[in-house]
Design a protein around this ligand. Structure first.
Ligand code: NI
Length: 157
């Protein structure tokens, strides 16, 4: 693996620690509180990051192995609403995230320079492995901010 790709794969791996630090010491009330019935609790936010990691795992493998495949699409709100993640412990949800993250990090670390520029199709828009990789990190950061908003929202009640 090249120097170019080594730094970001470490950044990708670090998303686990970022989530872990963000939720450290939170009570079940904080973890399970929903800002509104249709909004997500912190457990549901992290479970969504597990769902997203599963879809990510399939997308990156399809793109590297197949010729410009169509993206696997999913209805994220329907997945969260039907998963009852508040009934699971935060530790178990987080360990599922960690397992998928590690497995995908190992995959990324084996990619060639050519693989990083391979593309899939999201509708008619071409998206490369490099785009998806950075998109995963950005997506985690968006949801870390959402966790902060949930904490603040409950504190204001
Ligand atoms: Ni999301």
């Amino acid at each position: 693996m090249s120097e170019i790709t080594l730094r970001p794969v470490n950044e990708y791996r670090a998303t686990y620690v970022c989530i872990q630090e963000k939720i450290e010491g939170l009570t079940d009330l904080q973890l399970e509180w929903k800002p509104a019935p249709a909004k997500w609790s912190i457990k549901e936010v992290v479970a969504h990051l597990v769902d997203s990691s599963m879809v990510h795992a399939i997308r990156i493998r399809k793109i590297v192995a197949e010729n410009t495949p169509q993206f696997l699409l999913y209805d994220q709100d329907a997945w969260v609403a039907s998963s009852r993640s508040n009934a699971t412990s935060m530790e178990e949800i987080l360990s599922a995230f960690h397992a998928l993250l590690l497995y995908n990090a190992l995959f990324y670390e084996r990619l060639s320079e050519e693989d990083w520029s391979k593309k899939g199709l999201n509708g008619d828009k071409e998206v490369s492995i490099a785009d998806l990789f950075q998109g995963f990190i950005n997506h985690v950061n968006i949801h870390l901010a959402q966790i902060d908003r949930n904490k603040a929202g409950l504190a204001e009640q």
